[in-house]
Structures are given as structure tokens and as C-alpha cells.
Write a protein of this length. Structure first.
Length: 397
């Protein structure tokens, strides 16, 4: 069996597939600490062993990490697009371009996120996304509270209808996460439909009271979509969704760009959510990685200027954040060590959407998505994507 290793941009070298052993570095463990005693063996696209270095199995190829960090690939479960394209209307070729661009930036697992659109447009987009082999889909649209619709056009919103949701979820062959204003699910049928299909649920674009939030969680909601954004602010007489999230109510997504949530509030949220419930997301839009100019999200025109994406009426319209930048921002904003910050962009999002059995940590049986990071500047040096290095690791023999 042959595979292809991308050595430099536009240069491809054919190699024979071999078992590769990574040793001599510091491997991130599930508790956020690093171990310099471990060696990691990959075979094809799978991690086949994580051993003490002194008992490392035989391999065809050895990569001496020379003290560098070995991390799991990043997991972005809330992202609308990048590289000039939006998941809602991107062609298959454009989707593959996007997937490669995410990987180059260290994001090896992506849940394409669909903003508000008609059911027929959603179904067409879902077919294209599924054809490209993404790890799942995030529906963040239609089922929102009009009072907190943000950049989603009012005419594209719809009531929480279980039959309609059933029609959409039947078309999705991969894992799915559904964000909705669950206080509008008056009889619980919408949430029940999502659970029946195995989808995970997040409370989003909501006016829910604390009581309504707890009801949503009793019905299956386990996360808060871009916490603080598109929900009432924390208030001492009615804490609402924010207070329930901070006091222990599931995973809290954070857009750690310093714009959507100020650094002090990121620090406060992390003190409450901790390393086990904080989920870093980008909520990135099509202008991510692109020059300033005119773009769109959910069919609305967006002006991108100095890294800030705004609708014509001045509403934030997604971000231009790279997830690795979010990891570094969390470290700075909340005084969080690198290992813990990485958990918030790997293990935690994978657990939140129910795919932690496949990705999110460096463990036997999981997909060989790895990052080699230089600890001197915390920059990604090499990305191993589905077992294939996007650049040749230094120290490989």
C-alpha cells in the first residue's frame, strides 16, 4: 500500500507506508501533564501503541522528537468556514481545500457548522459535506430565539419543529451536534428527536432563564454554544444560562479571540469551567486567513477589517480566529499552562460531541492526528494528519 507525504507546498514524494515510532519528546497525557517517558507508535492512520520508551515496540521508522512536544491534533466543533469559503455553499473541491487548510493550521478534526438556511439548502450542503468525509456536522441555525439571533437573518429562523429536525437528521450520516434556543422546545419533542438520532445538544442564541436552562439539560442538552455570546449577560437577580453553565452545567464553548469575550471574562469562565468543561472553538467564517474585504455568513454581507468580521448593521459575524491562536490566548488570558489549554481544544470538544473514542487524545486505537510543537515558542512545527505528515518531521530516520 502506498501513501503520499507532502514535503513542501506543491511537492509530493511517494513513500512506502511504514510503522513510525515517535520518541524522545514530551507526550501530552489526558490529565494535561506531559511525560518524557513515553513513545508513540503509529501504523497507517492509527495510534497502535503508547509505551514506556524503554519498552517501545519495533518500528520501521523512528522519529526522534529531540525534546519537542507531541500533542493530539486540534478539534474544532464550531466553525463556519475559512480560506474564502463557507460550509453552507462550498463545492466538494472547495470543501477539500478547506479541509487541507484546517489541517495545515493544526486542526485535524472539523465539524462543519451550518448557519441559518432553508431546510433544502441545509440538505444540499449536508450531502456535499458527508461526501468529503468530515468527522461530523454542527447545525447552528434556524432554531434560534429571534431576540438573540445575532448575525442570523430573521427570515431564516424557524420554530423548533421535531418533524423538520427529523427530516434533516435523517440525511446526516456522521455524528451531529445541534445548537438551538431550547427554551422554545415547549414540549420537549425537539430535544427528544435529537437524542433519538444520537445527536448532542447545545443551548444557543437563547433567552432561557435559569429554570428553563435546567429543563433543557434534563432533556439532554450538555453544552452552551459560544458561552456569553447571544445570551443574556450574567445578572445577580436572574443568572440565566450563563450562571447555570458556570455553576456546573455541562461544557461551555468559548471564542477566545479577545473580541467576542474579553480576556477577564475568559479568565472568569475558566475558573468556573476548569480544564474539563472548557471547549475552545473558533466560530470562524469564510474570511479566516484572508485579506480584509467583503464576505458573507448565513447569506448576509460581512465586512472584514483588521481581523474583525461585522455585518453591515454592526453585529459580530463569526471570527477569524485560528484554533491554535485560541489555545495561546487562553494561556495568556487565564494563566493556563499549555497542556491544560490544549485539552480544551482536543479532548473536551471531542467528548462534547461524542467522538472521543476516535480522536482528541494520544491513546491506543485513536486516529493518528498529532502535532509536533517546539516548546521554545509554542509554535506548531509538524502536523501528522490521519497518519501522514504534512511536513517531514525533524529527526526522522
Amino acid at each position: 500500500m502506498r501513501q503520499y507525504v507532502i514535503i513542501k507546498k506543491d511537492t509530493v514524494k511517494e513513500v512506502i507506508e511504514v510503522k513510525t515510532l515517535f520518541r524522545g519528546g514530551k507526550v501530552l497525557q489526558p490529565n494535561g501533564s506531559f511525560s518524557d517517558r513515553l513513545a508513540v507508535l503509529i501504523d497507517g492512520d492509527t495510534i497502535t501503541a503508547v509505551h514506556d520508551s524503554d519498552q517501545a515496540p519495533a518500528a520501521d521508522r523512528v522519529c526522534d522528537l529531540q525534546g519537542k512536544l507531541l500533542l493530539p491534533g486540534l478539534v474544532d466543533v464550531h466553525t463556519h468556514g475559512r480560506a474564502g469559503f463557507d460550509f453552507q455553499d462550498a463545492t466538494v473541491d472547495q470543501l477539500n481545500t478547506m479541509k487541507a487548510d484546517y489541517a495545515r493550521h493544526g486542526v485535524t478534526t472539523v465539524f462543519p457548522t451550518l448557519a441559518s438556511a432553508s431546510v433544502s439548502d441545509w440538505i444540499e450542503a449536508i450531502a456535499r459535506i458527508d461526501a468529503c468525509g468530515f468527522d461530523g456536522i454542527h447545525l447552528e441555525g434556524r432554531y434560534l430565539n429571534p431576540t438573540k439571533r445575532g448575525a442570523h437573518p430573521a427570515h431564516l429562523l424557524a420554530p423548533l419543529n421535531a418533524e423538520e429536525l427529523d427530516t434533516v437528521l435523517q440525511k446526516i450520516t456522521s455524528p451531529c451536534h445541534v445548537s438551538a434556543a431550547l427554551e422554545l422546545d415547549t414540549d420537549g419533542s425537539f430535544s427528544a428527536c435529537a437524542r433519538r438520532h444520537g445527536a448532542t445538544l447545545g443551548l444557543a442564541h437563547t433567552m432561557a432563564t435559569a429554570t428553563e436552562t435546567r429543563t433543557a439539560m434534563e432533556r439532554g442538552a450538555t453544552s452552551f454554544t459560544h458561552l456569553f455570546n447571544a445570551m443574556p449577560p450574567l445578572h445577580h437577580r436572574e443568572g440565566g444560562a450563563v450562571s447555570v453553565a458556570l455553576c456546573g452545567g455541562g461544557y461551555g464553548e468559548l471564542i477566545a479571540d479577545g473580541l467576542h469575550v474579553c480576556p477577564d471574562m475568559i479568565a472568569l469562565a475558566y475558573r468556573c469551567l476548569g480544564r474539563d468543561r472548557t471547549v475552545l472553538v473558533t466560530d470562524s467564517m469564510q474570511g479566516t486567513g484572508c485579506p480584509d474585504g467583503e464576505y458573507s455568513i448565513a447569506g448576509q454581507p460581512v465586512i472584514l477589517k483588521n481581523g474583525r468580521a461585522m455585518t453591515l448593521d454592526g453585529v459580530l459575524a463569526g471570527s477569524t480566529l485560528n484554533l491554535w491562536e485560541g489555545v495561546q490566548n487562553l494561556m495568556r488570558f487565564a494563566n493556563v499552562p499549555l497542556g491544560e489549554a490544549v485539552l480544551c481544544a482536543t479532548r473536551n470538544p471531542a467528548e462534547m460531541v461524542g467522538i472521543s473514542n476516535r480522536v482528541g487524545m494520544i491513546e491506543q486505537g485513536k486516529r493518528a492526528d498529532l502535532l509536533i510543537v517546539d516548546p521554545r515558542d509554542n509554535q506548531i512545527e509538524t502536523v501528522i494528519f490521519h497518519g501522514k505528515p504534512l511536513t517531514e518531521p525533524k529527526g526522522a530516520t
